[in-house]
Design a protein around this ligand. Structure first.
Ligand SMILES: Nc1ncnc2c1ncn2[C@@H]1O[C@H](COP(=O)(O)OP(=O)(O)OP(=O)(O)O)[C@@H](O)[C@H]1O
Ligand SMILES: [Mg+2]
Length: 457
């Protein structure tokens, strides 16, 4: 479960728990060592100062009032125990209103204090100058008690380690808890802000990475603005991309070289076959060699595509260009018993593209359409409106599931001897380079319609 928790919530949790501990152990972790070492304000206090609050509370708990209203200090068991543990412990309680000393108080201690003083002590650490023990401490404080406002003076108790626990316990009150809450809220907001803003650049970096494919292998994640902690990760992704790009380039070079090397021997083979005596097998061999030649040419085109596409596009009259490609293919179609019909645009349409690329795209689509078209049928090549070319056939069509697959290299629906499955892969690559697109739809009444969109001039 912790594996999925967000960084901010984890940070907030640790922060809140950590600061809670720090806040509520402050008396033991900070004040106590400071007092023991007599640093700063605590220099004159001494550890004995720690016992005074506990002693005073004991005395307050022992205050009683008779039915007639007489107030006094009762020697409760708790008070007795404390006195036994601290033989030098003494206390004196004055009624803050009447200034009378409550029975039970230590007379000698009370003698040190001026009852008629016009000063009300709200809390003061005291030391009796003639006390031989220089560490002895006491506390003088006027507080509200169950029997009224009282000036309670305690003096001379030893420091015991359980006084620390007592202090911690007293510190853990609802008031200090409530005081702690705003601090918690502020820390949570800071944690949230730090994590969110720190990781924001990572989100945009992720969006960039998501868009990288083999056609945009030069993209890298910018390191600027990224927190130092995630930089090693980003560097690793960038260097992985470098290696992948290098690998893709190597494969492209290999395919280009292989296709290029095969081209000449295949051309020679074809020439030799054509020169053979007429033989029943000659026709079959010729067809096979043509097919090999087709594969080699397509592979070469695919491999060289990147370099050739760098040459830069020109402004083409799309109607004229497409018409001339369709006209070139017409004899082949007629030979195969199919017809090609051309529908030009009403007004001239221009597109920004390379002539050789459009040639390859349209030829591939017409070739496929002629192959799919039933014998005696007519395929339609339509240009416009806008820089679009449609190639419409009435064959078996392309099922919805196959609409992506047909663009994968070497994918063919049927294992016919003609075709290598590279045509549409090349078409898609070319359109990527040209920043165009291709769509497949069903022809009304059956068949496939390919729609090519090119960037306008
Ligand atoms: N107009 C179409 N109608 C029906 N199926 C098609 C059509 N065009 C393509 N396909 C299917 O998609 C597959 C892939 O087409 P693609 O053009 O990539 O390869 P190919 O035509 O088989 O071979 P190549 O084009 O390399 O000579 C084809 O084999 C065919 O099954
Ligand atoms: Mg094809």
């Amino acid at each position: 479960m912790t594996g999925n928790r967000s960084l901010s919530s984890r940070l907030i949790l640790y922060w809140v728990v950590g600061s809670f501990l720090a806040f509520f152990t402050l008396p033991a972790t900070v004040y106590l060592p400071l007092t023991a070492l007599r640093v700063g304000d605590n220099a004159t206090t001494g550890l004995e100062g720690w016992t005074t609050k506990r002693a005073r509370n004991l005395v307050v708990d022992s205050l009683r009032q008779t039915a007639e209203g007489a107030k006094f200090v009762e020697f409760t068991p708790a008070l007795r125990t404390h006195m036994a543990r601290n033989p030098e412990f003494r206390f004196a309680v004055f009624d803050a209103e009447t200034r009378a000393l409550l029975p039970g108080s230590f007379i000698d201690l009370a003698g040190y204090f001026d009852r008629e003083s016009r000063v009300e002590t709200r809390g003061a650490m005291i030391h009796l100058i003639d006390d031989p023990n220089p560490n002895a401490r006491g506390y003088d404080r006027t507080i509200d008690t169950p029997i009224g406002n009282m000036r309670v003076i305690v003096y001379g108790a030893y420091f015991h380690w359980d006084d620390v626990l007592y202090q911690l316990y007293n510190y853990l009150t609802l008031t200090s808890l409530v005081a702690f809450l705003p601090l918690c809220a502020v820390m949570a907001i800071i944690a949230l802000f730090v994590v969110r803003s720190g990781l924001a650049p990572l989100h945009s970096a992720a969006e960039r990475v998501a868009m990288i494919d083999v056609n945009s292998m030069d993209e890298r994640i910018a390191r600027a603005n990224l927190p130092m902690e995630v930089r090693p990760f980003v560097d690793a992704v960038n260097s992985a991309l470098d290696r992948v790009r290098e690998g893709v380039a190597r494969q492209r070079r290999f395919a280009a070289n292989a296709a290029h090397e095969m081209r000449t021997p295949v051309a020679i083979l074809r020439a030799r076959v054509e020169r053979l005596q007429d033989d029943p097998k000659k026709h079959d061999i010729e067809r096979d060699v043509r097919r090999i030649q087709n594969i080699v040419e397509q592979l070469l085109a695919l491999a060289q595509l990147k370099e050739r596409a760098m040459a830069g596009s020109e402004v083409l009259d799309l109607g004229e260009t497409t018409l001339s490609i369709a006209a070139d293919y017409m004899p082949v179609a007629i030979d195969n018993g199919r017809n090609i019909e051309f529908e030009g645009p009403a007004a001239p349409v221009t597109a920004r593209a390379d002539r050789w690329a459009v040639d390859s795209i349209v030829t591939n689509l017409i070739e496929n359409a002629v192959r799919a078209e039933p014998e005696g049928g007519t395929i339609t090549v339509r240009v416009g409106p806008g820089p679009t070319i449609e190639v419409v056939d009435h064959g078996e069509g392309i099922t919805f599931e196959d609409r992506e697959r047909i663009f994968e290299p070497f994918w063919r629906k049927h294992d016919r001897p003609s075709g290598s499955g590279l045509g549409l892969a090349i078409v898609r690559e070319l359109l990527n380079e040209l920043r165009g697109s291709i769509d497949v739809r069903a022809t009304p009444g059956g068949g496939a319609t390919f729609v090519v969109r090119l960037p306008g001039a």
